[in-house]
Design a protein around this ligand. Structure first.
Ligand code: PLP
Length: 403
């Protein structure tokens, strides 16, 4: 007999296929030109980082326990010290993923009588965490500090704490939050600011210190990930001694989970040194970004269909996008078709469809890296031109890989 949960799941899977939104993992084929990863500085392949991992792994591969038991080693301690020195915070906690760090942060610090205001385009890890708190949870219009100010005013209450949560650089649009304005607003209103700088850390700011350094602000909590510009994986939350101590006591994700592997911590520390002291990687990324923008602008004039939505991100006066280049094609089928054409030519780009992004805003998410050359970018732009010139397909593309 088919049970109810099987029927529900079957129906949901069928609906996904019918909408052209079915996701599948494909094994990434080596040798492809990779414009889909978040390895913005090419550090996942850096010899020194690999050597640091290998060297540390000689002493054993696993942390063997929660950090609250015997899983916190000298290598973790050294990484925490490096992070605090680099980013200017008193203390930090390490996590195995940014998703987990965001979940635990909101679960642990936000209380039922509080109000939680999140940018509408915040990452799923933040939105989900917010939905699971018992606080009054509201999303404000993307990057709109005036809308946030109105919301805070409207939901003003005597009891509880106001929390504002935003990303530094948004993962699917590549644009930057107005952090100076948001931080000033939080100070005025007594709200606490939580910043997820997954896509800013390593990429912007002096010594790659990220969005805080660019905006000259200090949030109450900063979450950074190591799986993007640092090329490895894992995450950290940084804050004051007391705030981190509170998390160390009460964060269930931290206390009841095996600590990050020691070799991973050693590799991250090595990657931080490279990020800090080799600014040429960021300069290369900036040059690649300007080169790509010029080519995309040309394509946008040739093909009006690139859509106005991609242009503000491309041309943003406040801070031009650096590594993340969304090309918004709107149609999911069209997006899949173009991604498939590029893949056939040996070029991997992200094909992002709803519900990851808003309905009718499917896009190619093109990510640049310091490891790309101008010849790589030329190849991408030429193939994009060919793909855009082709008529839209009518075949069923629901089996394709996408996010
Ligand atoms: C803004 C943002 N926060 C958090 C995460 C989650 O980080 P991780 O991949 O380390 O789980 C991501 C990952 O895509 C992200 O884009």
């Amino acid at each position: 007999m088919t049970r109810l949960f099987n029927q529900r799941q079957q129906a949901a899977l069928m609906a996904r296929r019918a909408q052209g939104l079915y996701r599948q993992h494909a094994v990434f084929a080596g040798g492809m030109l990779n414009f889909a990863s978040n390895d913005y500085l090419g550090l996942s392949q850096h010899k020194a980082v690999i050597a640091a991992w290998q060297q540390a792994a000689k002493a054993g591969v696993g942390a063997t326990a929660s950090p609250a038991v015997v899983g916190f080693h000298a290598t973790h301690q050294a990484l925490v010290a490096s992070l605090c020195d680099w980013l200017g915070f008193e203390d930090a906690l390490l996590f195995n993923s940014g998703f987990s760090a965001n979940q635990t942060l909101l679960h642990t610090v936000v209380e039922p009588q509080d109000r939680l205001f999140q940018d509408k385009l915040n990452h799923a890890s933040l939105i989900d965490a917010g939905l699971h708190t018992k606080a009054h949870h509201r999303r404000f219009a993307h990057n709109d500090s005036q809308a946030l100010a109105r919301l805070i005013k409207k939901h003003n209450a005597q009891a509880g704490q106001d929390w504002v949560v935003t990303e530094g650089i948004f993962s699917m649009d590549g644009d930057s939050a107005p952090l100076t304005e948001l931080s000033a607003l939080c100070q005025q209103q007594g709200a606490a600011l939580i910043l997820d700088d997954a896509h800013g850390i390593g990429v912007t700011g002096e010594q790659g210190r990220g969005s805080c350094d660019v905006a000259k602000i200090k949030p109450d909590y900063l979450m950074v990930t190591f799986g993007k510009a640092l090329g490895i994986g894992g995450a950290a939350i940084l804050s004051t001694q007391q705030n981190i101590d509170y998390l160390r006591q009460f964060s269930r994700h931290y206390v009841y989970s095996t600590a990050m592997p020691i070799a991973q911590a050693a590799a991250i520390q090595c990657a931080i040194e490279i990020v800090r002291w080799q600014p040429e990687l960021r300069e290369k990324l900036q040059n690649n970004s300007a080169y790509f923008d010029q080519g995309l602008r040309q394509l946008a004039t040739e093909f009006g269909e690139l859509g106005t939505a991609s242009m503000p991100a491309l041309m943003s006066a406040r801070m031009p996008t650096l590594a993340i280049k969304p090309v918004i094609l709107k149609s999911s089928v069209r997006t899949m078709h173009i991604a498939r054409h590029l893949a056939a030519q040996g070029i991997q780009v992200g094909a992002i469809r709803p519900p990851t992004v808003a309905p009718n805003s499917a896009r190619l998410r093109i990510c640049l890296s310091a490891a790309h050359t101008e010849a790589h970018i030329d190849k991408l732009l030429n193939e994009l031109r060919h793909a855009l010139a082709q008529p839209q397909p009518i075949e069923n593309l629901s089996q394709e890989l996408a996010c």
